[in-house]
Design a protein around this ligand. Structure first.
Ligand SMILES: [Zn+2]
Length: 218
């Protein structure tokens, strides 16, 4: 976008912090200084986990407080425009934990039914925004073949695993074979969804699977 147009948009819609809604000072983008300091950041080994089938998963934030409120506005309140701000944080996280160790980006897709209900796929928006930042392609590699209950409604870990297992299929293994895939999702809890996606990708011939999510719930 050219600078003049950006300036006009800023006048019409003054940029606000995606986490607390505070108007941003001149030049600041996405995040206010208070949130920069006070958000529940995860760093170093805290940010990482390695669920089965994944080489490594990392998240820049803990899923609580302002992060959770912001994410609810993104997912259910029509604030799809947050995807760019979230992708910036996720890109930094990728650069810190597995820089350059992937060839392409994909995401854990919604079922067709849920996508139709919601009108968009929040993980796809994140994946496409992140791909632009990291300069690699984003490709739809997985299909959700079973319409499962939302993972967020299931507290029990075993139920989450059973709910996610066999929920994904890779319709074109030739797109995946021998490639290193960076999987994008919004929130990671037990890693059941990411693990199920990674298993499907590996069985289709992926050489490595990494995962980045905006936030981590546990
Ligand atoms: Zn803020």
């Amino acid at each position: 976008m050219n600078r003049l147009w950006t300036g006009v948009l800023d006048l019409l819609f003054p940029p606000k912090c995606v986490f607390c809604g505070q108007l941003l000072e001149d030049g600041a983008r996405d995040l206010c200084p208070a949130c920069c300091r006070a958000l529940p950041w995860l760093t170093g080994a805290q940010a990482e986990q390695a669920p089965e089938w994944l080489d490594l998963a990392a998240s820049p934030l803990r899923y609580e407080g302002r992060v959770r409120d912001s994410f609810h506005r993104y997912k259910f309140g029509g604030m799809q425009s947050y995807a760019g701000a979230y992708a910036a944080l996720m890109a930094r996280c990728v650069e810190e934990h597995f820089p350059g160790r992937y060839d392409l980006i994909t995401w854990a897709p919604l079922s067709r039914r849920r996508r139709r209900e919601r009108g968009y796929d929040q993980a796809e928006l994140l994946a496409r925004a992140l791909a632009k930042r990291l300069g690699v392609p984003a490709e739809l590699l997985l299909a959700k073949v079973r319409h499962t209950p939302a993972q967020s409604g299931l507290e029990d870990d075993r139920k989450r695993m059973e709910n996610a297992r066999d929920a994904y299929r890779c319709p074109h293994p030739e797109q995946v074979e021998g490639r290193r895939v960076l999987l994008v999702d919004d929130v990671i809890t037990t890693g059941a969804t990411a693990g199920a996606c990674a298993r499907t990708l590996r069985q289709a011939g992926a050489k490595a699977v990494f995962c980045v999510t905006l936030a981590r719930a546990r």
